[in-house]
Design a protein around this ligand. Structure first.
Ligand SMILES: NC(=O)c1ccc[n+]([C@@H]2O[C@H](COP(=O)([O-])OP(=O)(O)OC[C@H]3O[C@@H](n4cnc5c(N)ncnc54)[C@H](OP(=O)(O)O)[C@@H]3O)[C@@H](O)[C@H]2O)c1
Length: 355
């Protein structure tokens, strides 16, 4: 059953180690603890308020007898086949962590946005990681909701029934009011507009991974793109907005509007429009839905033309936890190397039953 070199834990469950215990890592641990075919062997996070705690208690569940370690100790994760990694968005920043996991003989499923399709924007690190993974006989995958599903894999899968594709458009509106604190800050909420523009100019603001999604779609279509443009603009609040994590005054930034386009010569092939904001303005395809204004809207121009609308949009935090944990059996069966979501067996829910 296993094409990769990953071995099962001696108790015949898939041994996993969780790296990073922010909101996403904690969500992953909660799901893993519900999966009978998966055994949590270790957990790593350097934060002083986490290291040393029982990871079950840390995530609000019963004690599981696994203490959070401040750093990866390869001996402490004996019996693990897969590392679930959720520590950072930028590939260069997490490269050493990924290499250490690979060198410890673990396959890696990571939420690092730039890892979703690093071949276009980060070809050097991608090649290094691919070589290391092949040498170690393990698989490395970047996944999540976005990048990893809504604006790349989902439109790619839709085109599987097309005889011709001219253009791919994905529009996602995320109402960040209900999302975790780090995400509300990452979209610039509460900043003054000139501060927002300065951070964008310095490359420190904007949804990381959107250009990677466009590159992944183009690669999946077999389109050699000449240029990928990435434009990030602020959305300014016209009234005060309060969330459990921060306060925004009228005139401050309530979120961002980001457009990424991939071009073949002067021909636009992929367009990704992302609105991530606290209380985003209503639009034709995103009327108020249960108090939250969100939507995922995908349009394929081709034969046949296709359109899919997910009213309310796919809720990102749980979708990311699902994307990571559902990928476990697929990564166990995958060949070694750095792979992307388009290279794995078709995604789907996994019950977590004995594998
Ligand atoms: N692809 C997607 O669709 C998707 C979706 C959601 C999230 N993400 C990304 O996934 C990552 C995790 O999300 P989050 O909200 O949980 O972020 P977060 O709150 O920043 O949590 C990251 C955690 O990892 C810890 N950490 C840092 N370096 C570490 C290391 N070397 N080893 C182990 N742990 C380490 C951090 O500790 P300190 O606080 O002490 O630094 C923190 O507790 C983020 O980069 C986020 O952007 C991607």
């Amino acid at each position: 059953m296993m094409a990769g070199s990953s071995a099962l834990h001696p108790d015949h469950r898939i041994g996993v180690v969780q790296i990073g215990l922010g909101p996403i890592g904690q969500g992953i641990v909660r799901r893993v603890l519900e999966m009978p075919g998966v055994r949590l062997v270790g957990a790593v996070d350097p934060a002083p308020d986490k290291a040393g705690q029982d990871v079950g208690s840390l995530v609000g569940r019963a004690r599981v007898g696994v203490e959070v370690q401040p750093r990866l100790d390869p001996d402490a994760v004996a019996g693990a086949s897969v590392a679930l990694h959720s520590t950072g968005s930028h590939l260069e920043a997490v490269m050493d962590q990924l290499l250490a996991l690979v060198e410890a003989g673990l396959s890696v499923i990571s939420t690092c946005e730039e890892l979703a399709w690093p071949w276009h924007h980060h070809p050097g690190p991608a090649q290094r990681l691919d070589r290391a993974a092949r040498r170690a006989g393990v698989t490395v995958l970047g996944t999540g909701v976005n990048p990893g599903f809504v604006m790349d894999l989902l439109p790619l899968v839709m085109t599987g029934v097309c005889t011709r594709v001219e253009h791919v458009h994905a529009r996602r509106v995320v109402d960040a009011s209900r999302r975790r604190g780090p995400l509300q800050r990452k979209i610039g909420s509460g900043l003054a507009p000139d501060e927002f523009d300065r951070l964008v100019a310095e490359g420190r603001l904007g949804h990381v991974g959107l250009p990677e999604s466009a590159a992944l779609v183009a690669a999946g279509m077999g389109w050699r793109v000449d240029r990928i443009d990435n434009v990030v603009r602020p959305l300014i609040a016209s009234r005060p907005i309060e969330t459990p994590h921060l306060s925004v005054r009228a005139g401050q930034v309530q979120g961002l509007l980001q457009t990424v386009t991939a071009w073949q010569g002067d021909r636009e092939r992929v367009r990704l429009d992302l609105v991530m904001a606290l209380d985003p303005p209503a639009s034709e395809d995103a009327p108020t839905a249960g108090g939250a204004r969100g939507v995922d809207h995908l349009r394929i121009t081709g034969e046949p033309p296709l359109e899919v609308v997910v009213p309310g949009g796919i809720f990102g935090d749980t979708a990311t936890v699902a994307a990571v944990t559902n990928a476990i059996p697929r990564v166990m069966e995958a060949p070694p190397g750095l792979l992307s979501v388009k290279d794995l067996a078709a995604p789907g829910w996994w019950s977590g039953a004995a594998w």
